[in-house]
Design a protein around this ligand. Sequence first.
Ligand code: NAD
Length: 496
Amino acid sequence: MTTIGHLINGETYTDNGRTQDVFNPATGEVSKQVALASKETVEEAIAAAQAAFPAWRNMPVGKRSAIMFKFKALLEANADKICELIGDEHGKICHDAAGELQRGIEVIEYACGAGEFLKGEHSKNVGPNIDSWSEFQPLGVVAGITPFNFPAMVPLWMYPMAIACGNTFVLKPSERDPSSTLFIAQLFKEAGLPDGVMNVVNGDKEAVDTLLHDKRVQAVSFVGSTDIAEYIYTTATANGKRCQALGGAKNHAIVMPDADMDNAVNQLLGAAFGSSGERCMALSVAVAVGDNAADALIEKMKVGMAPLKVGEAKVKENDFGPLITRESQERVVGYIDSAEKDGATVVVDGRKPTVDGFENGFFVGATLIDNVTPEMDSYKNEIFGPVLQVIRAETMEEAMQLINDHEYGNGTCIFTRDGAAARYFSDNIQVGMVGINVPLPVPVSYHSFGGWKRSLFGDLYAYGPDSVRFYTRRKTITQRWPSTGVKEGVSFSFPS
Ligand code: NAD
C-alpha cells in the first residue's frame, strides 16, 4: 500500500515512523497510508527552509514571478489529475474539485504581481535633502497548517503569497486527504522553485506543535476548526510568532418575504449541500422572515431537494459526495437526531441514503430541518454536513440579531429585492463576508478572506492585500547624504 511522505528540501520521502490510514470515503475502505512526521523530521524541514531563505529573499522579484507563472501553467495542465486525487480522498465531485482548484490558481495569479505589491512607499524631501521610504521585507520561515475540506485551495491561499513575498515555507496539510496537496507542491518544484523554499510535512499534533514552538518559524497561518484555531493562535503568539488562525462557521442566509424565492432556493441548494456542506462558507441556516416566506421556502426546497444525487466523486452527474470520515458521518447524523429530539421537524431526512454499490461509504443525504430554535445544539454548533436548518423570525431585525448573537461570523447572505434592506444588512451585520443575493461570498483573490468573532483569531485575513502585510514586515529608511551640502551641528532637540 502506498505511503504518502513529505517534501523536504526538494526530496520526497517517508521517515519510517508513525503512519495513519487514508480512506476512500465513497467505499469506506483504507486506500493509502500517510506518514506522520516526527519532531526531528519537522525540524529538518524548518532547517531546509531556513537555509533556502537568504538566496530566495534576494532573488529578483521578476524571477520569482516567472516561477509563479510556470507553476500556474503546470496546475492548469495537471488539473484532471489533481481533481482525481481530491476526489479519491476527499470524495468531492470532480466539477466541484475543479472549482476549488481554480480559486487556488487565482491566488497564484495575484502572487505573480509581486513586483507591483512589493513596491513599497517613497517620500522625497521629508526634510531638507532627506528622503524616506518603506520597504516590505520577508519574515523568513513561515508555516501553514490546513484543513481537509479544501486540500488544494486553502494551502494555495497561503504559500504562493508567502513565497512571492520572499519567505520560505513549511506546510502541514490535513492528514486525511494529503495526496493532492503534496502533488501540487511537487509541481512547484517542477516549475523551477529552488529546493527548500517550499516544504511539506505530513503529520498530526506532534508536527503542528513543533512548528508552533520552533524559534526559527516567524509566522503561522492556520485554517481549521475553531477550538484548534484558538489553540494555534494562543500558542503561536505566546511563542512570539505572528499568527492568523481562521476557524469554523455557522453561516446564515436571511430569506426576506420579497425575495425571488425560486432563485433563493436554487442558491440555497448549492450553498447548503454542495461539497456535502463541508465548506466553511456553506449556508447551514436559513432564517425566513415571516411564516409565508418560511412555508414557501420549505415547499420549494422539498421539490428542489428531491432529485439531488449523492454519490462517488468520479460521476459528474452527482451533486455531492460522501463525508470525509465515519466519525464525520456519525457526528452529522447525531446532530439531526438531536434537533429532532429537541423538537425541530425533520422535513427531508438524509440519515439513511441509498447509494447503490457504495453501501459502506460515509454518505449522508441532503437534509432539511424546520422549526429550529437558537437553544438547540444543532444550531449552536457547526454541523459541517449536508444539513440546512430553517429558523422562523418575525422581522428582519430579529433575523439579524440571531446572526449577530452567534459565536461565529464567517459568511452570511440576504435574499431580497429591497436595496435599502440589503444596504442596512451589509452595514450592520457582525460578519466578515457578506453576500447580497450571492450565497457564497468568497472574496476574489485580489481582496482578502476572513471572518469575524470566533471565525478568525488574528488581525489580517488570508490572501490578497492583507496577506502581503501578514507575510512581510515594514522597514522605513530615512536617508541624507551630507555631500549634498547640508551640514548640521550637534542638536539635542527632537528632530522636527
Ligand atoms: P481541524 O481543526 O480538525 O484540522 C485542521 C488542521 O489542524 C489539520 O492540519 C490538523 O492536522 C490540525 N490539528 C487537528 N487537531 C489538532 C490539535 N489538537 N493540535 C494541533 N493541530 C491539530 O479541521 P478540519 O476538520 O480538517 O477542517 C474543518 C474545519 O475547518 C471546519 O471547522 C471548517 O469550518 C474549518 N474551515 C475554516 C475555513 C475558514 O476559512 N474559516 C476554511 C476551511 C475550513
